[in-house]
Design a protein around this ligand. Structure first.
Ligand SMILES: Cc1cc2nc3c(=O)[nH]c(=O)nc-3n(C[C@H](O)[C@H](O)[C@H](O)COP(=O)(O)OP(=O)(O)OC[C@H]3O[C@@H](n4cnc5c(N)ncnc54)[C@H](O)[C@@H]3O)c2cc1C
Length: 449
């Protein structure tokens, strides 16, 4: 893919030594906090005849399969997922920013399935935890002793009136979440927009969402392209925030607010997109003062996100409280073990826990869930705890990013104190995001990071 600009002051040839150090940094970023859940290096495999089903073979499902295959001897491990392609989703922002080609984010699921694990290329249609079984969409009933649910989440585009994903890439309509092709189509629309200028609309849904930093990153990237094209002066960028903040961690929210102020990005607080008219190029928002229409030349639609129907309609969902409405799984935030079904775990985006929904949190969650599962097989009590760690290298302009790492309690949890200052716009964090994180992510899928 042709990229019109060499990102601000960045020498594209990063030497091998720097790369090596950064990939180590990426590995630490995603791996260090999980060490408490790691078995001793030469620990023998645990012999068992347990039947383990993993629903979903994305980031969390594949990571769980790899770790279980490495720790267990004799288990029957079945992964269920119809999707043949694997998407490196943290790269979608880079594709939509014209920084990586479509192929950068696409590989196959099969290549990460560890030896000894069976992949069933179907969907789970029904969870029946009272009978310890799942039923696939072809009617196959698969019984288990342990279940790991890793179905990710459902992008609910249909709940935005007038939204049609087939229109992404046409008439100023973008959406980087819908998949690699949509990210690429969004890049083309954003390029056209940045060449001409106009009104650009950004924002996020009022639901829980994966990578809450992504809509912010894309606002900053678009701002930078407008400046480089000399069209920023005749453009207006508006970020629609779902409440009165820009990020769930107050100090990060404040930092983003200051950066938006400095870059001239307007913020419309308490604005939640409810409808879009792609023909008229108008988006409608629910606000405390009633519906508000805003016309656009370019929009990045970020849909509401909920649990996939199979989980939402199952007994596994939260029965009450803030996560019940959208059907997130009722798991302990410390162990990822289901609160009512102790042989069931929920990891990745599906977990109804206060923070997470990033690949970085998958890296922290899965070793803890696997440790508790293996401990149950062995008849011991696991003590490993997931502390809510999540991270987001937040791109603030081409060539610069801030590393945002935090836990359940909104504590900043820097992995490189004294090396990478949190909330500083740094080149090294940009290189980490654009170069080092993907190899670390792929190592994670194989259970090696
Ligand atoms: C635009 C964007 C930017 C992002 N940026 C970052 C970032 O910078 N850093 C970061 O750490 N994270 C980022 N993320 C988030 C990260 O990609 C996700 O949090 C992570 O992929 C979650 O893993 P998961 O396994 O829970 O879900 P997924 O990886 O989405 O996998 C879920 C799998 O479950 C399958 N499935 C669904 N329903 C069923 C069913 N009923 N039966 C069987 N299988 C089913 C799906 O086919 C899919 O393969 C980003 C995501 C997006 C979209």
């Amino acid at each position: 893919m042709k990229t019109p600009f060499s990102p601000g002051g960045l020498d594209p040839t990063v030497d091998r030594r720097t790369l090596f150090r950064l990939s180590g940094a990426g590995a630490m970023l995603m791996a260090a906090p999980a060490l408490a859940a790691e078995p001793a290096p030469n620990a023998p495999k645990v012999k068992t005849g347990a039947r383990i089903v993993i629903a979903g073979a994305g980031a969390a499902g594949l990571t769980a399969a790899s770790r279980l295959a490495a720790r267990l001897d004799g288990a029957t491990i079945t992964l269920i997922d119809r999707r043949k392609e694997h998407f490196y989703q943290p790269g979608f922002t880079l594709v939509a920013g014209g920084l990586k080609p479509h192929g950068y984010v696409v590989s196959t699921t099969a290549q990460y399935v560890p030896a000894g694990v069976t992949l069933v290329e179907e969907q789970v249609a029904e969870f029946d935890p009272d009978a310890n079984a799942v039923v696939t969409d072809t009617g196959k009933r698969i019984a288990y002793d342990y279940l790991i649910v890793a179905t990710g989440l459902h992008l609910d585009y249909a709940s935005i009136d007038g939204m049609d994903t087939a229109l992404i890439g046409k008439n100023g309509l973008g959406s980087i979440y819908a998949g690699p092709a949509a990210a690429e189509a969004t890049w083309k629309e954003m390029t056209r927009f940045s060449e001409r200028g106009g009104v650009g609309l950004f924002g996020r849904p009022a639901t829980e969402m994966k990578c809450a930093g992504a809509p912010l990153k894309y606002t900053f990237i678009t701002d930078d392209y407008l400046r480089r094209h000399g069209t920023r002066g005749k453009s207006e960028l508006i970020y629609a925030a779902q409440n009165k903040t820009l990020f769930s961690v107050p100090i990060v929210s404040e930092k983003v607010r200051m950066l938006f102020r400095d870059r001239g990005v307007k913020v419309a607080y308490d604005h939640v997109m409810t409808a879009i008219d792609p023909g008229r190029k108008v988006a409608t928002y629910a606000t405390p003062n009633g519906p508000v229409e805003i016309g656009y030349d370019f929009v990045n639609v970020v849909p509401p996100m909920r649990a996939p129907a199979a989980v939402r309609n199952s007994p596994l969902r939260w029965q009450e409280g803030v996560w019940s409405g959208d059907g997130w799984m009722e798991v302990s935030k410390d162990s990822l073990r289901h609160v009512r079904y102790p042989n069931v775990f929920g990891v990745g985006d599906i977990a109804g826990v206060p923070k997470g929904k990033t690949a970085a949190s998958v890296k922290w969650q899965v070793p803890v869930a696997v440790d508790h599962l293996v401990a149950s097989i062995e008849g011991r009590v696991a003590t490993s705890v997931y502390n809510g760690y999540t991270s987001c290298p937040l791109i603030t302009q081409l060539g610069r990013a801030m590393l945002v790492e935090f836990d359940y309690d909104n504590n900043l949890t820097p992995s490189f104190p004294g090396v990478i200052a949190p909330l500083e716009e740094l080149w090294v964090t940009w290189v980490m995001k654009t170069i080092a994180l993907k190899p670390t992510y792929l190592a994670m899928l194989r259970g090696n990071a």
